[in-house]
Design a protein around this ligand. Structure first.
Ligand code: KG4
Ligand code: ZN
Length: 361
């Protein structure tokens, strides 16, 4: 570890899904490098992540990505205070590549190792970029390809799960609808762009609401309703070489689908913010890159007088800077892991002692 007075340099490593990423962050705030090797091209023909292909790609990318991140930051291994690595949740084969790599460098070079929950990483991206302190209590929505979870944060680093999706994650619904429409992968950015050109009133979709008082989400019903509309209204998938912008039925369908997703996410979060008397709303994860989601949250938050905060677009989707930033606080507390650290696909942030609101305890 470096001497007192020099910055705390954390190398972050993230490989939980289909991005191989490494970053160097100084003092939990300053991003010296943040390299992301995307596998979108590999998974595109399948319209979703193929786990076996993902772990193989991670194996190819991990070495060069870590070396590149250190080089860009102008930092060598002996300068590092710690290595922070994503422990879970995620795809087991993918997680193991980053974790084994991190463990081997940590062991060989005697660098402290810290384990990070991927969802906490997404949330810490907001803190990393926030110009000032974030007021608490806050409600924090993590919305990505694998997760749609809402947390109450009474203070920094204290997470209490309020609700999560009972079936598909919001990003997963984007990816599946885009696949069915022949639009490619990942579906979120494509549908986001097309939805802006469509008329959301041409296709109106609802999203399931739970009457048991829970703050859970559900998107599989919406996905089925969209797929049904595709058949009933004879919306053909995009043909090869066809320009999607000339297809008004596709644009309108994208707009109607997106309106339903955004409404569900914003309404549920807003309701939780009011119930919990939140002083801030945090929104992170890949779907937080969505422009309509950002604009709607901002408009509603203004009306409620509660600030809403997002990471930049680059830090919304999977990256290692958020993992390094989450690891930094654990480094300060010396919460180091041993060489026996294992991946855990079932890590559940904020679920210890959860009192689910629909259960009467
Ligand atoms: O956080 P992330 O990179 O990976 C996971 O942890 O899952 O999120 C990826 C997800 C994908 O489902 C992708 O379609 C979605 O985020 N996404 C978006 C947008 N950009 C990425 N969804 C809606 N609008 C976007 N602009
Ligand atoms: Zn993620």
């Amino acid at each position: 570890m470096r001497s007192l007075g020099s910055p705390v340099l954390v190398l972050g490593i993230e490989s939980s899904c289909d991005e191989t990423s490494a970053a160097v962050v100084a003092d939990g705030r300053e991003i010296l490098s943040n390299l992301v090797a995307s596998q979108d091209e590999i998974h595109r023909p399948y319209g979703g992540v193929v786990p076996e292909l993902a772990s193989r790609q991670h194996l190819t990318h991990i070495g060069p990505v870590v070396a590149g991140a250190l080089k860009e930051a102008n930092v060598s291994l002996q300068d590092l205070s710690a290595i922070a690595v994503t422990q879970g949740p995620g795809l087991i084969g993918s997680l193991l590549v980053g974790l084994s790599f991190a463990k081997s460098i940590a062991y060989a070079r005697r660098i402290p190792l810290v384990a990070v929950d991927h969802l906490e990483g997404h949330i810490r991206a907001v803190y990393l970029e926030s110009p000032g302190p974030i007021p608490h209590p806050a409600v924090s929505l993590v919305v990505s390809g694998g997760h749609t979870s809402l947390f109450l944060m009474e203070r920094e680093e204290k997470y209490h799960l309020l609700g999560k999706t009972r079936d598909d994650a919001a990003g997963e619904a984007y990816d599946k609808v885009a696949k069915r429409l022949g639009l490619g992968y990942p579906g979120g950015p494509i549908l986001d762009r097309l939805a802006r050109l469509g008329d959301a009133d041409a296709f109106r979709f609802g999203v399931a609401r739970f009457t048991d008082g829970s703050a859970d989400f559900s998107f599989s019903g919406l996905k089925s309703a969209v797929l049904r509309a595709i058949v009933e209204k004879k919306v053909h998938p995009l043909a090869r070489g066809e320009n999607p912008e000339s297809r008004h039925d596709l644009l309108d369908l994208a707009a109607g689908f997106q309106r339903a997703v955004v409404t569900a996410l914003v309404e549920r979060t807003e309701q939780a913010a009011l119930e919990q008397k939140a002083r801030a709303i945090l929104v992170s994860g890949g779907v937080a890159a969505n422009r309509e989601l950002r604009a709607t949250f901002e408009a509603r938050a203004r009306a409620l007088g509660i600030p809403v905060m997002f990471p930049s677009i680059k830090l919304s989707t999977d990256n290692a800077a958020m993992i390094a930033a989450a690891g930094y606080l654990k480094v300060l507390r010396k919460e180091f892991s041993g060489i026996d650290l294992n991946a855990d696909v079932e890590l559940r942030l904020g679920e210890e002692g959860v009192r689910r609101s629909h259960r009467h305890i």
